[in-house]
Design a protein around this ligand. Structure first.
Ligand code: CP
Length: 306
């Protein structure tokens, strides 16, 4: 049995197979309509979510399966003090596979050590968000045609933005990828990403503060929200929240073939006027999230559809 706790739990070959399967699901959805008949997905969400929870649920329903779960800790027995370890031992009796989001870093990993069903990390604190990374990789590969030979700018809250950490860890496995890390100094990537991932793998990267200075160099601009829920004080958040706003004027400086991605939800960091620009792909990205989660569920349940 395999879990997905970190994006590195899938080798590059395994990842390619999941993305190929997601592309086939996109082209031939009917072929997969009953692939998970009688199977159950448990969605255990101890933190708010729109896309991840509902795209997982849509994915399982599209595969002909069923869904159980909760969308907030207060409606589960966590509110009475039950541990994640005990909860997952019980959920293992009810469901075939589980997607878990938790505010504590490492909680899905702890669950995986006690589980008899595959556990998928659907976001743990400011740490990792591997299925967002699968979504991002499928988006990049589908729209740019490849995962190597790219200059990608990551902009905003690179400290607390877990999607950024997972994406960097995954993309360094491909040839000739360079990063432009655009953030205020207070929100730079954590040291372990800079030292153990970027420098340790000799990956070209630079850290800058002004988006306008580098936007014309980028093939992909990955915008992120300032993660209000991870700040120690509201004052600190307010100082940072509107540091970057991508608008039509800034888009004029960008290449015609640059794509703008965002894991969503968006707050103010992309002006709505950018939504109509054909280079803005963040809503398409959310659609890719359903295909790739369908592919992941099939892979972890070891279900082959001919
Ligand atoms: N991208 C993402 O994780 O969105 P949600 O928080 O809405 O699930």
């Amino acid at each position: 049995m395999k879990h997905l706790i970190s994006p590195l739990d899938l080798s590059v070959d395994e990842l390619d197979k999941v993305l190929d399967l997601a592309n086939d699901i996109e082209k031939n959805p009917d072929k997969y309509r009953e692939a998970c008949k009688y199977k159950k997905l448990a969605t255990l969400f101890y933190e708010p979510s729109t896309r991840t929870r509902l795209s997982f649920e849509t994915a399982m329903l599209n595969l002909g399966g069923n869904v159980i779960g909760f969308s907030e800790a207060s409606s589960s027995s966590a509110a009475k003090g039950e541990s994640v370890s005990d909860t997952i031992r019980v959920i293992s009796c009810y469901a075939d596979i589980c997607a878990m989001r938790h505010p504590k870093e490492g909680a899905p990993y702890v669950a995986s050590t006690k589980s008899s069903i595959p556990i998928i990390n659907a976001g743990d604190g400011g740490h990792q968000h591997p299925t967002q990374t699968l979504t991002d990789l499928l988006t990049i590969r589908s729209l740019k045609g490849h995962l190597g030979n790219l200059t990608i700018g990551l902009c905003g809250d690179l400290k607390f933005g877990r999607t950024v950490h997972s994406l960097i860890e995954s993309l360094v496995r491909y040839e000739n990828v360079s990063f432009v890390l655009i953030s205020p100094k207070e929100l730079r990537v954590p040291d372990y990403i800079r030292e153990n991932v970027l420098k340790a793998n000799n990956i070209p990267f630079k850290e800058v503060e002004k988006l306008e200075d580098v936007i014309s160099d980028l093939e992909i601009l990955y915008m992120t929200r300032v993660q209000r829920e991870r700040f120690f004080s509201e004052e600190e958040y307010i100082k940072m929240k509107d540091y970057y706003i991508l608008n039509a004027d800034k888009m004029k400086l960008a290449r015609q073939d640059m794509i703008v991605m965002h894991p969503l939800p968006r707050v103010n960091e992309i002006s709505v006027e950018v939504d109509d620009d054909p280079r803005a792909v963040y809503f398409k990205q959310a659609q890719y999230g359903v295909y790739v989660r369908m592919a992941l569920i099939l892979t972890l349940l070891n279900i082959n559809v001919k």
